[in-house]
Design a protein around this ligand. Structure first.
Ligand code: G6P
Ligand code: MN
Length: 448
């Protein structure tokens, strides 16, 4: 099996490679092609992978290239993990939004829209190219905003593109652990859009264990989401929201905390990763330890402003170990390549799963995966409060897709203005002005 990683010089590639190294079964990935536009980053990451492969006799061969067509040809699986505009772009997304008093997070609110507007045209080009050069490949999209980008690519690749995120898995695992049940045996009832979903049940042997958690304030307050949202609010909701809902339910506080922070998340990661990639230019510097230290620091500071708002301390030890991001990708790839039927929460086209969406809307729901790909399983309908949010955000995503296709500024304004976390059309207009000023990648928004 040949796996191609688009964004192969990206910081999280070693996580994926580490998971591949642990896979010795038949039908495993034997060749990895890293594609990136930046050859220095490729060299740096290739050095980390070489360290990881040391002493592993059947380690997948690694090839690094800046030639896209070469990377795509013959691929069985393609991971798309690109970052258009780099972390500098992410920092600018945050800055412009925060200066307007709205959220600049890379997937939620104004920042997510700006990032989507920059990324969709690139993702669409990639999807078209894949459809031509690797029509049989399965495409696994990690690129954020993952739901929106998957939907953009699905218009060219159909069900051959599947979007993944580790947050629903992580959430399910935390709930299961808190309840003292084996996460492997639990069926998690989760539904929504990427970074905008709710766990409504956790079933073990046909029994829903979630009510037991919701009824017990002590248990509820003992894990990450309980601390983040507060037990009262979770009891009112009767569900456990994805951690990204913190940006909605505590929006004012989150915006203020991010405004007051010394650095935005994007700026912090930009500096941190610049340091890592610079160090890798010294061929004698040990690669893996430097990478792993940087990774650990990134994990430890994840969503730190939100946790500060909630008065939550450090992240739990068990939440710091990686295993989400790369394990979902590997599980998905295995299920498809070996026809081993598995259940995973993925971003796929809705079909008839959630009645509030049309068939082509990409949603994040539990799916059955096998050699035929991922099919959503039926879930309970969403309650009205959730319907309100997910339909509003889907309307925003559709406006982003329309603006990316037409280059219409008015449609881009609409995308911002329709978002529940952007509180004025005037703000939306200024955001479009501000973003087009700082991002060369938005120059295409040049039609009325
Ligand atoms: C979570 C999210 C991902 C995100 C990652 C890293 O796993 O689900 O979508 O890419 O965190 O976030 P960071 O702020 O460290 O880039
Ligand atoms: Mn995610």
């Amino acid at each position: 099996m040949k796996l191609t990683i688009l964004g192969g010089g990206g910081f999280r590639v070693p996580l994926v490679y580490g998971a591949l190294l642990a896979d010795h079964a038949e039908g495993r990935v034997t060749a990895v092609t890293l594609y990136d536009t930046d050859s220095d980053r490729l060299t740096a990451i290739a050095r980390v992978l070489a360290d990881q492969a040391e002493g592993v006799p059947d380690a997948p061969a690694v090839l690094a290239t800046t030639e896209l067509d070469e990377a795509l040809r013959g691929a069985d699986f393609i991971f798309s993990a690109i970052r258009v505009g780099g972390l500098e772009g992410r920092a600018a997304d945050e800055r412009v939004a925060l200066d307007e008093g709205v959220l600049g997070q890379e997937t939620v609110g104004a920042g997510g829209i700006a990032y989507g507007l920059r990324t969709v045209p690139v993702a669409v080009d990639l999807a078209r190219r894949i459809a031509r050069l690797a029509p049989h490949a399965w495409v696994i999209n990690f690129t954020n905003p993952a739901g929106l980008v998957t939907e953009a690519m699905s218009r060219h690749l159909g069900d051959r593109v599947i979007g993944i995120c580790d947050s629903p898995v992580g959430l399910g695992r935390r709930i299961a652990r808190t309840l003292g049940v084996d996460p492997e045996r639990a069926r998690i009832d989760y539904a929504g859009l990427n970074h905008l979903g709710w766990v409504r049940g956790l079933h073990v042997d046909g029994r829903d264990e979630l009510p037991r958690l919701l009824a017990d304030p002590h248990l509820l307050g003992s894990f990450e989401e309980g601390k983040l949202f507060g037990t009262d609010w979770l009891q009112s909701l009767g569900a456990i929201p994805n951690e990204y809902l913190h940006y909605y339910y505590f929006n004012r506080e989150a915006v203020r905390a991010y405004q007051d922070a010394e650095q935005t998340r994007g700026a912090f990661l930009r500096d941190q990763q610049e340091g890592f990639y610079a160090r890798m230019k010294d061929p004698t510097a040990p690669a893996f330890p430097a990478w792993d230290r940087t990774r650990a620091e990134r994990e430890a500071t994840y969503m730190s402003e939100n946790r500060e708002v909630a008065g939550v301390g450090e992240r739990d030890e068990s939440d710091l170990e990686s295993g989400g991001y790369e394990q979902v990708a590997l599980a998905l790839m295995r299920a498809v390549a070996r026809d081993e039927r598995t259940s995973l929460i993925l971003n796929v086209r809705n079909r008839t799963t959630l009645s509030v969406f049309d068939a082509d809307a990409v949603v994040e729901v539990p799916c059955l995966v096998d050699a035929n790909g991922a099919r959503p399983v039926s879930v309970d309908p969403l309650p009205y409060h959730a319907v309100g949010l997910v339909t509003a955000v889907k309307a925003v995503e559709r406006a982003v897709l329309d603006a990316a296709a037409s280059g219409s500024r008015a449609t881009a304004v609409q995308a911002f203005a329709l978002h529940p976390l952007v509180d004025s059309v005037s703000v939306a207009r200024r955001l479009v002005d501000g973003y087009t000023k700082v991002h060369p990648g938005l120059a295409y928004l040049n039609r009325p």
